[in-house]
Design a binder for this molecule. Sequence first.
Ligand SMILES: [Zn+2]
Ligand SMILES: [Zn+2]
Ligand SMILES: [Zn+2]
Ligand SMILES: [Zn+2]
Ligand SMILES: [Zn+2]
Length: 268
Amino acid sequence: MISYLTGTISSNQLPTRPRKLFFGRCLAADVYRDLVALKNEFEEVDVDLEEKELSVTTDSITLDGIFLGPFQIRLEWRHIGQSSQPYRVVALDPHPAAKSDEITHPHVQDERLCEGDGRPAIAAALTEGRLFDFFLLVSQLLHNYGRGSAYVELDHWDGEPCSDCGSYVDQEDRYYCHRCDEVLCDSCSHSCQGCDESFCSGCLSTCSVCGYEFCSACLESCRDCRKRVCDDCREEGQCSRCQQKQQEENEHDATEDDLQRETVATSV
Ligand SMILES: [Zn+2]
Ligand SMILES: [Zn+2]
Ligand SMILES: [Zn+2]
Ligand SMILES: [Zn+2]
Ligand SMILES: [Zn+2]
């Protein structure tokens, strides 16, 4: 049994006698039994005694037609009981989401697996030293896709949705809102009539006088009516409408003054 193991598991030297305690709680014999089972289940099983890591490699994973490649599940057994996730999930032939190179699987970011509902089962397998169960559980999660709980949904794997219309935009055709940084498609990217930068519809407002679209930096409030107006429609802090109104009022006042003067003149 032992010679079979040492011969096939890896080039790393395993302890020759299963006497030592591998983990705090379980005997090396149990570990060996699990290693045999793992070897039958996974493409590759590696024990690194120096790094205290036990790794298995999954087959190449494709979910919903998206190739994600094989993953190595690396368990750092000295961290069991100390870290909430004493293992890493490493993409061996990564095909990350367009959004981030760190997202190598819908449920893996920065080599950490979002365990979701599998969390209690994984934690129990680890604390009880059931290695085979642990690796199988993680592998099962990697072979499944939970829509709605992914870092990046598979529909969006190779591109990002336009924040305005939701349509799919590749890296090359993407625009970003100058203010909020949201992704935009060509037709949803609007330029400000003042500074000419691209913006999403939510970050643009219309000048209340001319009706053209401007970013918030290119609009200012009129000191009288407080409405937001562009540079061209504003003079000395006043919008052109208020300016016009004031002018008309001034003219009106002037004619009233003239009339008053006339009546005074005729009565005299
Ligand atoms: Zn769009
Ligand atoms: Zn602007
Ligand atoms: Zn925006
Ligand atoms: Zn204007
Ligand atoms: Zn005004």
